[in-house]
Design a protein around this ligand. Structure first.
Ligand code: DAH
Length: 330
């Protein structure tokens, strides 16, 4: 048995010295060290060894096991290191680096940021409200009674009979007036939702900015002056605009503001950019503000629409497509 052990060790040394890479080393491992390999087999034979020999054979077996395992590990490490070196030497450090592409703000965000900047300069703070809104805040408190025909103007995504995805940012006016005392001068941007057929002109989701100013002696003249200041800063001081009488349940009187749109080589026309008016006394009463003491104005505009006008975009859907070729231009 002892002779067999030293023979195995010699064979192992011999085989190991012939290995050239990980694969040939694996063959050596299978032959000697795997479960059915020569070394475990010798351990199998150990039970047949006579009692007198047991001690010396046992020792020799253990030595053989430790020796072969250690030699194998050493060789494995050597081959692995060599393989790694080879890989590294394939690195071509003269290759040019990869360009990192920087993301940028979406056109809607840029437009909103610009609007915020302008209104902050005019003394407005910024507030936000939830997209899931109560029927009360979205309609009723804004003076749309249950059977008011104006409710049909906005096709609504109802979530329950009493809750809906807000159809405009005007309900944030209600929230702001419920939680603050005048003077209030705020803009309220956010997403709004309408159950409309998707086309170049309309999308089921878009953004609005609401504006509100409530104080003693707020006048329609101030509303006009504020909006004219905004429109000139936003579109340029040569912008041609007009106010046109209109109707909203929550303002009285109400108006819309148009800007003149003159595409190159095409016929020009008026385009509506926002709705506005003096806050209806009923709305003030609904939020517990005394209409005898306070007056206010409000306005609301679509961000997509305004951006489309400013940048000459004629299909709203492109703003929601995330097409990098389009977004990159801004
Ligand atoms: N909420 C209106 C809409 O979605 C826009 C609007 C009009 C808001 C007049 C106002 C306003 O605050 O005074 O069409």
């Amino acid at each position: 048995m002892l002779a067999k052990i030293s023979e195995t060790r010699k064979d192992f040394d011999d085989d190991l010295s012939k290995t050239t890479d990980i694969q040939s080393l694996e063959e050596v491992r299978l032959k000697y060290l795997s479960r059915k390999g020569l070394v475990p087999q010798l351990f199998e034979n150990f039970k047949d060894v006579s009692r007198v020999e047991k001690k010396s054979v046992g020792q020799a077996l253990n030595e053989l096991k430790n020796y072969t395992q250690a030699k194998f590990d050493e060789a494995k490490e050597k081959f692995e290191a060599a393989a790694k070196n080879e890989k590294e030497s394939e690195l071509d450090l003269t290759l040019p680096g990869r360009m990192k592409t920087l993301g940028s703000r979406h056109l809607i965000t840029q437009t909103l940021d610009e609007m915020k900047f302008i209104f902050k300069g005019l003394g407005f703070s910024v507030f936000e409200g939830p997209e899931l809104e109560s029927d009360y805040n979205n309609f009723e408190a804004l003076n749309f009674p249950d059977d008011h025909p104006a409710r049909d103007m906005q096709d609504t995504f109802f979530v329950t009979p009493k809750f809906l995805l807000r159809t405009h940012t005007s309900p944030v006016q209600i929230r702001v007036m419920q939680s603050m005392k005048p003077p209030i001068r705020a803009i309220m941007p956010g997403k709004v939702f309408r159950n409309e057929a998707i086309s170049a002109k309309s999308y089921c989701l878009f953004h609005q900015v609401e504006g509100l100013y409530v104080d003693t002696d707020v006048t329609f003249a101030e509303l006009k002056a504020t909006l004219v200041a905004f429109i000139k800063q936003f579109f340029g001081k040569d912008v041609v605009y007009r106010f046109r009488a209109s109707f909203f349940p929550f303002t009285e009187p109400s108006a819309e503001m148009d800007v003149w749109w003159q595409p190159k080589g095409k016929e020009g026309r008026w385009l509506e950019v926002l709705g506005c008016g003096m806050v209806d006394p009923n709305v003030l009463i609904n939020v517990g503000i005394d209409p005898e003491k306070y007056t206010g104005y409000a306005f609301g505009m679509g961000i997509e629409r305004t951006a489309m006008r400013k940048y000459g975009i004629d299909d709203i859907r492109i703003l929601f497509d995330s097409d990098i070729r389009f977004l990159k231009q801004f």
